[in-house]
Design a protein around this ligand. Structure first.
Ligand code: HH2
Length: 286
């Protein structure tokens, strides 16, 4: 599958493994809250085939409380420093704060994953422009504390597409290059079950914006609603989202359970490529 030109130094599609160095993340809060266990978890995800590790020190689950720069830095920096050396992956920092992103990039992280799409901190766009690193711009309706209080759209897919176009234009206006930009529909960020399903069903409309799409549906609440399953039992449901996401153009899937998603994507990708090769042969046939 062809993806647009990007500064991401990995082959696409790829798996981004989640390392939450937090006490309160929705599915694994507290499991890797100290640096030693976060690093061990990151190394495990790398050994399972993650091409990127996304390190976060502030939960964005519905109802979560903000974390100070000092606390967030104390959580993520020691983990990033060790994984930059120890893991054969790219390191992404999941933060909305320019000070945290700056320190993470200085420590060797090479991707900024900002769930506010550069709206959370006025210094973030300039930092990303100056550094030249890939940046993920994600859609969110409202803010984490209240985003799940009755989210409404007239046309969820159209509104998310328009928002991402607008955030991409703002990033370009701030000096970010197009090749740096990744786009993410923000599954679960101010969305009902139906909104999430529509975004997944029409992910190709986000891919049509011409930038690699990041999909973060892993273990999220809508999967639990469909399956009646607790977060740690949503692995197979997550694989359904990554495989269908890939078929609709996702380039990076952000997941907690790396191995099953790596395996599923490898098989799905082989099928997609066989179909593409066959169609190309048919077109070229006399
Ligand atoms: N989802 C979460 C956090 N960061 N980043 C991107 N680009 N896309 C996402 O969908 C996304 C994200 C929430 O998941 P998780 O990190 O597991 O939970 P928490 O925010 O509670 O730490």
């Amino acid at each position: 599958m062809r993806f647009p030109a990007t500064d991401l130094a990995v082959d696409l599609p790829c798996v981004m493994g989640i390392v939450n160095v937090t006490p309160d993340s929705f599915s694994d809060g507290g499991l890797h809250a100290d640096a030693d266990s976060a690093v061990a978890h990151g190394l495990l995800l790398a050994s399972e085939g993650a091409a990127i590790l996304d390190i976060g020190g502030e939960s964005t689950r519905p109802g979560s409380e903000p974390v100070s720069v000092a606390d967030e830095l104390a959580r993520v920096l020691p983990v990033i420093e060790r994984l930059v050396i120890g893991a054969p992956t790219l390191i992404s920092v999941d933060t909305t704060k320019a000070a945290v992103a700056r320190a993470a990039l200085a420590a060797g992280a090479t991707i900024v994953n900002d769930v506010t799409a550069l709206r959370g901190d006025p210094a973030m766009a300039a930092l990303v422009a100056e550094h030249g690193c890939p940046v993920c711009l994600m859609h969110m309706l409202g803010e984490p504390r209240t985003m799940q209080d009755d989210p409404r759209y007239d046309d969820v897919v159209g509104e998310v597409v328009a928002f991402l176009e607008q955030r991409m234009a703002a990033a370009l206006a701030a000096g970010v290059r197009e090749e740096q930009i990744l786009l993410d529909p923000g599954i679960g960020f101010g969305k009902t079950l139906e909104h999430n399903l529509l975004l997944l069903a029409h992910l190709d409309r986000i891919a049509a914006l011409g930038r690699p799409v990041v999909l973060g549906a892993s273990r999220k609440r809508f999967i639990g609603a469909l399956l009646g399953a607790q977060p740690q039992q949503r692995e197979v449901g997550t694989v359904a989202t990554t495989v269908l996401g890939l078929a609709r153009g996702a380039a990076v899937v952000r997941v907690h359970d790396v191995r099953p998603n790596v395996e599923a994507l490898r098989v799905a990708q082989a099928i997609i490529e066989a179909g593409e090769a066959d169609r190309a042969r048919e077109r070229g046939a006399p």
